[in-house]
Ligand binder design. Structure first.
Ligand code: ADP
Length: 322
C-alpha cells in the first residue's frame, strides 16, 4: 500500500484529532504516504484531498473537535455522489481510506469500498458509545467527564436548596452517556431510551428520597428518552406535588473540549491499528478495543448489531440511590 487518506465524519468527538495524528504518523512510519480529506465525505466528493506529513499533525493531539473538519453529506448517500468521490481517490492514487465516525459514516465507507478500488477501515468516533465491536468509542469518556463536572456543580446548588434537578444529556437513541453520568454522578435515576420510563414510579422514588432526608435529587435524562426531554419529564413528575424543581439541558458543551487521557490513548491505539489493518490487506473493518485487545469487526456489524447498555449498571444505580 502506497497511499492512505484519513477523514472525520458525522458528529465531532474529542480524540478524533489524536486518531488523525496517529493515522498520519503510523502511515509515515511504515513508509506509506498519508493524505487528509477536508470536511468528511462532502470534501471527498469535492476532491479536497491534501498530502499530510508527520509535521502537519503537530500540536493537535490535545485539541477537541476535528482539525480536518466534518460535515453531513446527503450526496454521499447516492451512488452518483460516491462515484464522484471514487474518481478523486483514484486520481490521487489513494488505496486505503480511514474513516473516523459513527455507524452512518461506516455505512458510507462500506458502500464506497464495494463500489470502487479503495479499501476502508473505520475508527469508532462518537460520544454516544453506541457501536458494537469496541468497549468504548472515541470521545465517550471525555464527554461523560465533561457532563459530570457540570452535574457536580448542579449538585452543589441542589443540595444547598434541597432541590430536585432534571439534567438532560445527549443520546438520541442511546443511553450510555445518561447511564454513566447517572451512576458516576450519584443520580436518583437515569432515564434512557432503551428502557420505558414510568412517570408515577419515578415521582414516588423522588418523593421517597426526600422523605429519607436526602438534600438533593438528580434525575439524568437522555435527550431521546421515550417520555420526552427533561422539561416534559419534569413537568409530569412534579404534577400534583409541591416539588421545587429545576431543569438544565447540557447541550453542545458535552461535545467539545480537550480529550482526556483515555481518549488520547484510544486515538493513538486505534489510529495505528487502522493503518496496520489496511497495510495487512484488511477491508471494510472497524478497529476497536475490547478488554484491552485490538479487535477488527466487519463494518456491517456496526449497524446490524447494537450493544445494549448494561442493565446491571442501571440496577446498580437503583440500588445505590437511597
Ligand atoms: P455518524 O457517522 O456519526 O453516525 P451520520 O449518520 O450523520 O453520522 O453519517 C455521516 C455521513 O455518512 C452522512 O452525512 C452521509 O454522508 C454518510 N452516510 C450515512 N448513512 C449512509 C448510508 N446509509 N449510505 C451512504 N452514506 C451514508
Amino acid at each position: 500500500m502506497r497511499r492512505i487518506a484519513v477523514l472525520t465524519s458525522g458528529g465531532d468527538a474529542p480524540g478524533m484529532n489524536a486518531a488523525v495524528r496517529a493515522v498520519v504518523r503510523a502511515a509515515d512510519a511504515r513508509g506509506i504516504e498519508p493524505y487528509g480529506v477536508r470536511d468528511g465525505f462532502a470534501g471527498l466528493i469535492q476532491g479536497r484531498i491534501e498530502p499530510m506529513g508527520a509535521r502537519s499533525v503537530s500540536g493537535i493531539l490535545h485539541l477537541g473537535g476535528t482539525v480536518l473538519g466534518t460535515a453531513r453529506s446527503p450526496q454521499f448517500r447516492t451512488t452518483e455522489g460516491r462515484r464522484e468521490a471514487l474518481t478523486h481517490l483514484d486520481r490521487a492514487e489513494i488505496e486505503g481510506l480511514v474513516v473516523i465516525g459513527g455507524d452512518g459514516s461506516f455505512r458510507g465507507a462500506d458502500a464506497l469500498s464495494r463500489e470502487g478500488h479503495v479499501r476502508v477501515a473505520g475508527i469508532p468516533g462518537t460520544i454516544d458509545n453506541d457501536l458494537s465491536g469496541t468497549d468504548f468509542t472515541l470521545g465517550f469518556d471525555t464527554a461523560v467527564n465533561t457532563a459530570l463536572e457540570l452535574i457536580d456543580r448542579i449538585r452543589d446548588t441542589a443540595a444547598s436548596h434541597q432541590r430536585l434537578f432534571f439534567v438532560e444529556v445527549m443520546g438520541r437513541k442511546s443511553g450510555w452517556l445518561a447511564l454513566y453520568c447517572g451512576l458516576a454522578g450519584g443520580a436518583t435515576e437515569a432515564l434512557v431510551p432503551e428502557r420505558p420510563t414510568d412517570i408515577p414510579l419515578l415521582r414516588q422514588r423522588v418523593l421517597h428520597s426526600f422523605e429519607l432526608g436526602k438534600r438533593f435529587c438528580i434525575v439524568v435524562v437522555a435527550e431521546g428518552d421515550d417520555a420526552g426531554g427533561a422539561y416534559s419529564v419534569a413537568e409530569r413528575v412534579a404534577e400534583g406535588t409541591d416539588l421545587d424543581y429545576r431543569v438544565t439541558t447540557l447541550g453542545h458543551v458535552q461535545r467539545g473540549g480537550p480529550p482526556n487521557m483515555r481518549d488520547r490513548i484510544l486515538g493513538a491505539l486505534l489510529g495505528d491499528a487502522a493503518v496496520t489493518a489496511l497495510a495487512e490487506g484488511a477491508d471494510r473493518v472497524m478497529v476497536g478495543l475490547r478488554r484491552g485487545e485490538i479487535v477488527r469487526t466487519p463494518l456491517e456489524r456496526t449497524w446490524t448489531h447494537i450493544d445494549r447498555i448494561p442493565e446491571d449498571l442501571l440496577e446498580l444505580m437503583d440500588r445505590l440511590a437511597r
